[in-house]
Design a binder for this molecule. Sequence first.
Ligand SMILES: [Zn+2]
Length: 297
Amino acid sequence: MRRGKSNEKGVEPLERPEREVNFMPELPEVETIRQDLEKELPGFLIDSVQTTFLPMVKPTLTTVREGIVGKTIKDFKRKGKLLIVNFRNSTKHLLFHLKMTGRLLVRDEKHKQDPFTRVILKLSRNGKSRELRFTDVRKFGFVKVAGEEELKKILAAMGPEPLDDLNLEGFKKILQKSRRPVKVVLMDQGLISGVGNIYANEALFLAKIHPRTQSDKIAVEKVENLYFVLIKVLKEGIKYRGASDNTYRDAHGEKGHFQEHFKVYGRKGEKCLVCGEQIKRIELGQRGTFFCPRCQK
Ligand SMILES: [Zn+2]
């Protein structure tokens, strides 16, 4: 196991996996975090918002503080990879996007510091204190306060959500309208929300479709099958609490286990679990793409 450089004093070095892949949080990972937060934090009051990296707080730290300090958390919702915090008696919403390496951790205030913490929300309820810590090595993630209208616009710019309003007919239309490779279409957040590299690779393997296949050229029965296996693989990801390498963790800092169930992702050179052929890797849309050349033609 090679070790990456740590660029801040006293933090654990990042482990780089042998496999040439990097996991980013996708729909199942964000849903796992959402479920964790929903169990624990509704009813907590926001006492303060602190940051060590202003550009991750949008539009500004002042706006975020004015929008949410003193408010009580009502619930946590999600669309695709976007996490949405709603408050009681408030028209403001707080949005989190983890992007590449973000984590959201619920901690007791006495819990030791988490490396790369960029934003801390201090919370309290009936004398109990908690911190919601947003850590992010790469700093592409963000937290943002938005009003009703702005949230509507943001959600409208995203494609339908596979576990909510993406139905079979809508899915067929999306694929039939594009001449791009099917894998690129699956991962286009403006067309479908929440599907990233891991789950697109796995779904295409289960559907026996080559990732480069031109989207509008796939037979209808195969498109239908792809829809069902995509939903299935996303639900499986949630069941195993997401896929973890050195980035994604749940809201308690624990790893998910879906990586132990990958059929193609990150398995270049290993044997196909169905036919024994070697799994191949190609670049597609600048992302490592894994498939079985015999099963996925
Ligand atoms: Zn195969």
